[in-house]
Ligand binder design. Structure first.
Ligand SMILES: C[S@@+](CC[C@H](N)C(=O)[O-])C[C@H]1O[C@@H](n2cnc3c(N)ncnc32)[C@H](O)[C@@H]1O
Length: 281
């Protein structure tokens, strides 16, 4: 999700493939090895410890994802039961908690749970944090008023199973936001074609989809078209109020005027955001 040195991505993909056999285990091991802290993948100081470190992570999350500053308000959930799925370092969960929400955060890795607990502690916030797989969330049906998941469910082995759980634990009339990767993006096609033809991966049998692993985080990274994402969520009773295309705070394409870049980000950005409401019937 961030522009980073990529050596570790490839290394982690290779070691995970060889050492772990379960399909979801590969996903889990990848993130256990490289927890999401918005630090370079190759940095040896990746784990935030002090309050200052955690405030830096918060800043990186917000600046790295302009949608969360310009189009989202963490403060409008006061008194609501909010679930964050795939909390990583806990930055978003802490923002919800600072806005007065009653927050539960889950992540598939032990490291993310540890880091999120430490983040909440350093900021003096109360958050319930559990190690859970989005595909088997384990909460009662219709528990939460709002569910938030940013850059997570496309990494799960079976994304649709995770969506099903989102629908299950969301209250009727409750709402949520899921961000996944956009297939109709410049990053998917331009980088993909570069890896496939200029870097020659086509010669070893790779496809546009399989070369994504050379430059994308996570063991799995399913991409959705806007239509496909809307269709999958609506099948599960989640009515999509809005689908937005956005991108990280990076330049995306160099040497083009900012106004054109902003247009490209809204049309062909890599992040696909679905905002939805669970139908009442
Ligand atoms: C790219 S990071 C995003 C973290 C955080 N949402 C953020 O934006 O900083 C993906 C996170 O999803 C978690 N994750 C991946 N698959 C998961 C699953 N099936 N269930 C729960 N968490 C999962 C990973 O452990 C990792 O912390």
């Amino acid at each position: 999700m961030i522009k980073n040195k990529a050596k570790s991505l490839k290394k982690t993909n290779d070691s995970v493939t060889s050492e772990v056999s379960g399909r979801q285990e590969r996903n889990k091991t990848w993130w256990e090895t490289l927890p999401m802290t918005y630090a370079d993948w190759d940095s040896d100081r990746r784990i935030p410890k002090s309050k200052e470190d955690f405030m830096t992570v918060e800043k990186l999350l917000l600046n790295g994802n302009p949608f969360l500053i310009n189009d989202f308000d963490f403060n409008k959930f006061k008194g609501k039961m909010v679930l964050e799925i795939g909390c990583g370092s806990g930055a978003a969960s802490c923002l919800f908690a600072k806005g007065g929400a009653d927050v539960t955060a889950v992540d598939i890795t032990e490291n993310a749970v540890k880091i999120t607990k430490e983040n909440a502690k350093q900021q003096g916030l109360k958050i319930n944090v559990y190690q859970r797989d989005a595909e088997k969330l384990g909460f009662d049906d219709e528990t939460f008023d709002y569910i938030f998941s940013w850059g997570v469910l496309h990494h799960s082995q079976n994304t649709i199973k995770a969506f099903r759980n989102v629908s299950r634990v969301l209250k009727k009339g409750g709402s949520g936001l899921i961000m996944v990767y956009n297939q109709n993006s410049l990053r998917y096609y331009l980088n993909g074609l570069n890896w496939l033809f200029l870097k020659g991966k086509v010669l070893s049998g790779h496809t546009l989809q399989s070369v994504q692993k050379f430059y994308t985080d996570g063991y799995y990274h399913r991409h959705f078209t806007p239509k496909e994402l809307k269709r999958e969520l609506e099948k599960l009773g989640l009515e999509c109020n809005k689908i937005s295309i956005t991108h990280m705070g990076t330049k995306m394409v160099p040497f083009v005027p900012n106004i054109f870049r902003q247009w490209l980000k809204r049309r062909y950005g890599w992040l696909l955001v679905a905002e939805f409401t669970k139908k009442n019937q």
